[in-house]
Design a protein around this ligand. Sequence first.
Ligand SMILES: NC(=O)c1ccc[n+]([C@@H]2O[C@H](COP(=O)([O-])OP(=O)(O)OC[C@H]3O[C@@H](n4cnc5c(N)ncnc54)[C@H](O)[C@@H]3O)[C@@H](O)[C@H]2O)c1
Length: 343
Amino acid sequence: MVRFCIFGAGQMGKRHARTLAQHPKATIHSVCDLLPHAADELAAQYGALAVHDSESALADPEVDAVVITTPASSHAQLVVAAARAGKAVFCEKPLAEDIPGARAAVEEVRRAGVPSFMGFMKRFEPGHLALIQAVKAGEVGDVQMVMLTNRDPKVTLLELSRETYKTAPYTLLRESTVHDFDLARALLDDEPVEVYVAASCLVEPELGELGEVDAALTTLKTAGGALCNINNIWHTTYGYDQRLEVHGAKGMLRAENRPETSLVRYTAAGALHDRLLSGPPDGSQFYFYKYAEAYPSEMNHFVESLEAGDPPMVSVEDGYRSQLLVEAAVESLKTNRPVQVAE
Ligand SMILES: NC(=O)c1ccc[n+]([C@@H]2O[C@H](COP(=O)([O-])OP(=O)(O)OC[C@H]3O[C@@H](n4cnc5c(N)ncnc54)[C@H](O)[C@@H]3O)[C@@H](O)[C@H]2O)c1
């Protein structure tokens, strides 16, 4: 049985708590949130202890593993502290807000030798996973180009951008493109070494007033010359648009969007599929619908790898590699030139 402490009792803490509570080999031992009422409510729901400071939570010998679902500004620091305390670590993306933070986190996890997992759940969406496995099995031969489309139906991160635009600017790259960087790394045959970003504010003028962007085209290039193109925008009129395409020497593979239902309306004018799977019409928490299987699947994978003593499929090492790409992308956007990825 793996005994967990959940750090952060917000929307992601609640989502992961649901999965842990249903897993026969996991138990929620405690919930830690700086907001006492948030910790108390989630802990009470699962009969767990409520803790209001991270030191006490990590000092508890009955905690084997932590789930970090606090905002990004505290991730690196909590990963370091949890690894030092000998706990296995599940951390939501992104790993950090800068390279020194990401490096400190990954080095402490290596030194402590604790298992770790990064919450890059998009790898676990069934269509994405099948695509990754097909590429790894050599179905398209050498990978030449990867095209990733990641367009949200609605701007949800304006408030976060207001808080972080001075200390960690370009929320779009840090919170959204970071998922694509991880997918790109899972699909390309070798690591990207160069990043170029062109970005604009096209959707939400308030983001533009902060100096933020809400639309970006990012190009990655690997040492072997393979290319990846990522397009992000924070508002579509037609739902949550998530598509992956890999072109290789032997062919092409695509993971398409899924409609809400399989209904297709045929009329004299043509055929109309149902709307893209995006959740309720108000657009709230759209990712919980498209990625409904991916969230429990990533957490179940983590629990099972801990039980079996196997390394998880995605680790803090991957979080570090993706953070290097984020920081290169931010630098490219600031300087309007291709940037080499740091080591
Ligand atoms: N993988 C995904 O699809 C996905 C989706 C949304 C959010 N996220 C990530 O999950 C993380 C959390 O996002 P959220 O939407 O759940 O946020 P949230 O604001 O709903 O919840 C965060 C909680 O953390 C608490 N908190 C803040 N600092 C803390 C600390 N040092 N120790 C303990 N508790 C602390 C807050 O009080 C709050 O209750 C972010 O990193 C975000 O990028 C991932």
